[in-house]
Design a protein around this ligand. Structure first.
Ligand code: ZN
Ligand code: ZN
Ligand code: ZN
Length: 320
């Protein structure tokens, strides 16, 4: 029933790190991704961009956009007098994009609940235009993600803290996750700060290279199984069945993406390698803020943190 899968963890895993910190959370919670609650994406008001896109999808994500939907959207835009639209365009069969002239018009639109409810739609702003993730190294393992959030000092609002966990296969075949000293921090900003401070310890922020997204259902790149709308494809023989039911010898595997002699999720796949390189190149384009250096770093107080949280949880379409 309500219990999450994680709770099923074998208690005999032997994972019992000594907790010397004042954290009261148990170990499972300790390394859970910490997200600022109530945060929703908004375009920054001082954005240098000239176009601000908002994605629309049906509340039922598997529902296609029909001609009828197009007309209904146009009608509702007139009815609700939506301001600042430059154009509309289909993104794919399930998603359309509305491009606005000003950040504020886009921010106001995504909160137009009446418009969305009338048409059974939901709106979102892409993360790439509003958020940036950096990586910190040498972060003491005992610190929980939540604790890191409360200790972090940065000129940018932090919206998520996630420690990298190492997947370990135990002798009995069970799998457990062990914390590493590397932590990913997501900022509500389009530029990475050069440094952040953890309890006065300065940590350099490096660019986060996201892993290649590969769907374990259809094996295509760019989405994950949770959102897959394609037929299931076997990673061994490319037929439409689960790989567990495959009778083909893995030695004869055929990759669904490149046709090569390897299973489709293999990192040796030339197509996958290309995607990994693309991710690296894209990540290298991340801008670092030159406004942020140690001299301009504001003294961190509890008040800063509170204000930071308040700013992010406010419902007004404003991020300061
Ligand atoms: Zn898929
Ligand atoms: Zn198969
Ligand atoms: Zn391949």
């Amino acid at each position: 029933m309500g219990g999450s899968k994680k709770r099923k963890k074998d208690p005999h895993d032997g994972e019992s790190p000594v907790d010397t910190s004042s954290d009261t959370e148990d170990n499972m919670e300790k390394y859970q991704v910490f997200k600022v609650s109530g945060y929703s994406r908004k375009y920054p008001e001082n954005s240098p961009k000239s176009e601000f896109i908002v994605f629309l999808a049906h509340k039922d994500e598997k529902q296609l956009f029909t001609d009828k939907d197009r007309l209904a959207i146009s009608h509702s835009i007139r009815k609700h007098c939506i301001n600042g639209i430059l154009h509309l365009k289909p993104i794919n069969k399930y998603k359309i994009g509305i491009t606005f002239d000003l950040s504020n018009n886009a921010n106001v639109f995504i909160q137009n609940k009446k418009f969305m409810d009338e048409l059974g739609l939901k709106a979102s702003i892409p993360a790439i235009d509003t958020e940036v993730t950096g990586v910190l190294n040498s972060v003491p393992i005992d610190l929980s993600n939540k604790r890191i959030f409360s200790l972090i000092g940065s000129s940018r609002n932090v919206i998520q803290v996630r420690r990298f966990m190492r997947r370990v296969r135990n002798e009995g075949g069970s799998v457990s996750y062990q914390p590493t000293q590397t932590v990913a921090v997501t900022f509500a900003s389009t530029e990475l700060p050069q440094y952040v401070y953890l309890d006065s310890w300065r940590h350099e922020v490096s660019v986060y290279v996201p892993p290649v997204k590969q769907c374990l259902h259809c094996l295509k790149f760019g989405h994950i199984a949770k959102y897959c709308k394609n037929a299931e494809v076997c990673s061994v023989c490319t037929q439409n069945h689960n790989f567990k039911n495959c009778t083909e010898d893995p030695k004869n595997a055929k990759c669904n993406n490149c046709g090569g002699n390897h299973i489709a999720i293999s990192n040796t796949c030339p197509q996958k390698k290309l995607k990994i390189e693309e991710n690296k190149i894209r990540s290298k384009a991340t801008k670092f803020s030159d406004l942020f250096n140690e001299n301009s770093f504001p003294q961190l107080t509890m008040r800063n943190i509170e204000t930071q949280v308040q700013n992010l949880t406010k419902s007004e379409p404003r991020l300061r």
